[in-house]
Design a protein around this ligand. Structure first.
Ligand code: AMP
Length: 480
């Protein structure tokens, strides 16, 4: 018996929710599910971690199972668009979890894997298709997908879609979709370009807004450590070493793919198991890395922003911003990887002089709070030097290599020498462009960060915002 009963979702969905240990709806679920059960369009302003996937999946599953019909070849009854393959996989997984007792078919379509299998999966038609826009257009162009039968359409993480340049693909998709449909549009932010896009997709939408960005931010203890760019790698390693068992899982963010690889190399050099996940990795590599992270075999995953979009791994206790993003909203997305579904988490930003100071100011303005300064770990310089030496020795023996590992020298970039190394100068930052991706790492040590509490349950209150009285899912959704 759960608080989800109020929605009249049907026994089979409720059973799946009970199995998944969902007892209390999150705020977006409380607000959105009744609206969607009535068949309205929805504009949802919510970020990941709010439970928005279930908010749109549950009523859709209910609708599709109540109005079961034979599938048309190459057609989908429901289309969910997500910006990245990770997110698309994650969403499909959620549908499978919630719909495990229903006889609905779910498939995914995204780039990076051969299209042939997706074409075959679509041949007999599917109930639910979760796709990224680029691959979706490819499938339409190959005549492998017919969108004329779509009854429910979801556009998830619209702001990310625009960031990734999917605007033209989306405009095209909206023209192909049937006019009569239910549309749901989710975005963490609502700048004018997104509002305009929403207006193209939605008809008289009801608006639901949960957790303005500051709210997730409030649940995460956010720290900043000011450090020379050249010392970030050592700092990350020391943080991780010092945290030790106090950290369940840590996500490290870099700005570029090479930066992510570099951090992983450094960490491995220091004996810390880590994997990178980014756009240059093949799908099997990404899945392997995520699998290791999820199973706890590795405690550190190093990711770029885009690759991280779909990462939904419970129990991420720490987020390390090895480099700050230049788009402040991205910071909120990043720290939203911890503190999911009401849990608390810790975010630590490693900030160097120059541009990153500006980014920090922008972030603090957006979240309307100051990150709490944290001192460098005790004996930082001496310990950093000790880390640097063994790793440096394994590299070439060139005199000017004073960084922490062989990795940096790849693209001509070196740590500018941490203090204590020969000729190190303060204030050197990773330069612009690619070089800025820098390094990062860190593990275990006590630096006084509050230890996260991991309550198994989300911290949302129960709430009874109506929705009762919809037991016969079939008769709702008039006229759409
Ligand atoms: P989302 O914002 O959809 O990415 O969901 C964030 C995380 O919260 C996912 O791991 C979900 O499985 C989890 N979640 C969503 N709703 C609930 C709920 N009502 N109770 C417990 N966990 C939930």
């Amino acid at each position: 018996m759960t608080d989800f009963l109020q929605f009249g979702l049907g026994e089979r969905i409720e059973k799946a929710l009970t199995e998944a240990n969902y007892t209390v709806p999150t705020p977006i679920q409380r607000q959105a599910i009744p609206i969607l059960m009535k068949g309205h369009d929805l504009l949802g302003i919510a970020q990941t971690g709010t439970g928005k996937t279930a908010a749109f999946a549950l009523p859709s599953l209910d609708y599709l199972s109540q109005t079961y019909k034979p599938l048309k070849s190459r057609a989908a009854r429901m289309l969910v668009l997500a910006p990245t393959r990770e997110l698309a996989s994650q969403i499909a997984e959620s549908f499978r979890t919630y719909g495990k007792f229903l006889r609905l078919t779910i498939t995914t379509a995204f780039g990076g894997v051969p299209i042939g299998r997706q074409v075959r999966a679509l041949q007999r038609g599917v109930d639910i298709l979760v796709a990224t826009p680029g691959r979706l257009i490819d499938l339409v162009d190959q005549n492998a997908l017919d969108l004329s039968q779509v009854e429910v359409f979801v556009l998830d993480e619209a702001d990310q879609m625009l960031d990734l340049g999917f605007i033209h693909a989306l405009r095209r998709i909206v023209r192909i979709l049937p006019k009569k449909r239910q549309s749901l549009f989710f975005s963490a932010t609502m700048p004018p370009a997104i509002a305009e896009l929403a207006a193209q997709f939605l008809t008289e939408p009801q608006k639901v807004e949960v957790k303005p960005q500051a709210t997730t931010a409030e649940r995460v203890a956010q720290h900043v450590i000011h450090v020379n760019a050249s010392e970030k790698q050592a700092l990350l390693t020391l943080l991780l070493q010092d945290l030790g068992a106090d950290m369940d899982r840590g996500l490290v963010f870099t700005r570029t793919k090479h930066g992510a690889d570099r951090v992983v190399r450094h960490l491995k050099g220091a004996g810390i198991a880590a994997e990178a996940i980014h756009g240059n990795k093949s799908q099997p590599q990404r899945e392997r890395a995520l699998g290791l992270f999820r199973s706890g075999e590795i405690k550190i995953l190093v990711a770029t922003d885009i690759a991280a979009r779909g990462i939904d791994v419970p129990g991420v206790s720490h987020v390390f911003n090895f480099e700050l993003p230049n788009v402040p909203e991205q910071y909120v997305h990043r720290i939203g990887r911890t503190a999911r579904a009401g849990r608390e988490g810790i975010a630590i930003a490693l900030v160097s002089d120059g541009d990153e100071r500006t980014y920090l100011r922008d972030i603090e303005r957006l979240i309307r709070q100051k990150l709490e300064p944290m001192p460098l770990p005790e004996n930082f310089l001496a310990r950093a030097a000790a880390i640097a030496k063994p790793v440096a020795r394994t590299g070439e023996n060139s005199g000017d290599q004073r960084g922490f590992s062989h990795g940096e020298r790849r693209d001509g970039r070196r740590d500018g020498g941490h203090r204590g190394g020969p000729g190190g100068h303060r204030g050197e930052r990773s330069g612009g462009g690619e070089r800025r991706e820098g390094d990062r790492d860190g593990q275990r040590r006590h630096f006084g960060a509050p230890k996260p509490k991991y309550s198994a349950k989300p911290a949302h209150g129960g709430g009874n915002s109506g929705g009762r009285g919809n037991p016969g899912g079939g008769q709702r959704r008039q006229g759409r």
